[in-house]
Design a binder for this molecule. Structure first.
Ligand SMILES: Cc1cc2nc3c(=O)[nH]c(=O)nc-3n(C[C@H](O)[C@H](O)[C@H](O)COP(=O)(O)O)c2cc1C
Length: 179
C-alpha cells in the first residue's frame, strides 16, 4: 500500500511568527518515523485574501488542490484571542469537499498550550468532516520557548507528538476507504 500524505499546516502567517519553528520540529519527528510522506503546508504561500473580498480563483484553486492531495493533517495551532488565527479560519473556509473524510491532529502553543484555540479548531473540523484525534501536544510559550521566541521543547512532548501521529495515520488510512 502506498504511503499516506500528511500535511503539517502552519496556522499563522504574521511576520516574525513562531509556527515555522514548530512545524519544522514536528516534521523532523515525523520524518524519523518513515511511515508516511510528511510535508509542511504554509498558508502564507497561498496568499489567500479574505474569502469573498476579491476574485481569488487562482489562489483558491491552488489551495484546494493542495488540501485535496493530502490524506490527513497536523495543524500547528497558535492561540490568538482564545481562538485560532484569522488566517487559519480563512484558509479552512476556502475549501470544503477537499477536507472531507480525513483525519487531523493538533500541536498547539500559547500561554496555556494553545488549548482554547485547539478546542475551537476541533469544533470547526467537525463541520468540515475532519476527524480530530484525541492525543495532542501543547507547548507553553513560557517553558517551551527560550525568551518566548526560540523553541526548546520539553522532552515529554515527543511522546505526545508521536502518539498524535499514530492516531492520525490510523484514522487517515481508515477514512481513505470512504473517499
Ligand atoms: C493578536 C494576538 C492575540 C493573542 N492572543 C493570545 C491569547 O488569547 N492566548 C494566548 O495564549 N496567547 C495569545 N497570543 C500570543 C500568541 O499565542 C503568541 O504570540 C504566538 O507566538 C503566536 O503564534 P505565531 O508566533 O506563530 O504567530 C496572541 C498573539 C497575538 C498576535
Amino acid at each position: 500500500m502506498s504511503k499516506l500524505n500528511i500535511g503539517i499546516i502552519l496556522g499563522s502567517t504574521r511576520q516574525g511568527r513562531l509556527s515555522p519553528q514548530v512545524g519544522k520540529w514536528v516534521k523532523n519527528i515525523a520524518d524519523r518515523r518513515g511511515d508516511a510522506n510528511y510535508e509542511i503546508v504554509d498558508i502564507a504561500d497561498y496568499k489567500l485574501p479574505l474569502l469573498g473580498e476579491v476574485d481569488a480563483t487562482e489562489q483558491a484553486t491552488a489551495w484546494n488542490a493542495k488540501i485535496a492531495s493530502l490524506d490527513g493533517f497536523v495543524f500547528i495551532v497558535q492561540e490568538y484571542n482564545h481562538s485560532v488565527t484569522g488566517s487559519l479560519k480563512n484558509a479552512l473556509d476556502y475549501a470544503r469537499e477537499a477536507w472531507y473524510d480525513k483525519a487531523a491532529g493538533i500541536v498547539g502553543y500559547g500561554s496555556v498550550g494553545g488549548a482554547r484555540a485547539a478546542e475551537h479548531l476541533r469544533g470547526i473540523l467537525g463541520e468540515l468532516c475532519v476527524a480530530d484525534v484525541r492525543t495532542q501536544a501543547s507547548l507553553s510559550l513560557f517553558t517551551d520557548f527560550e525568551n518566548g521566541s526560540v523553541l526548546k521543547p520539553a522532552e515529554y512532548h515527543l511522546a505526545n507528538v508521536n502518539g498524535m501521529i499514530d492516531q492520525v495515520l490510523a484514522w487517515s488510512g481508515a477514512l481513505k476507504t470512504l473517499r
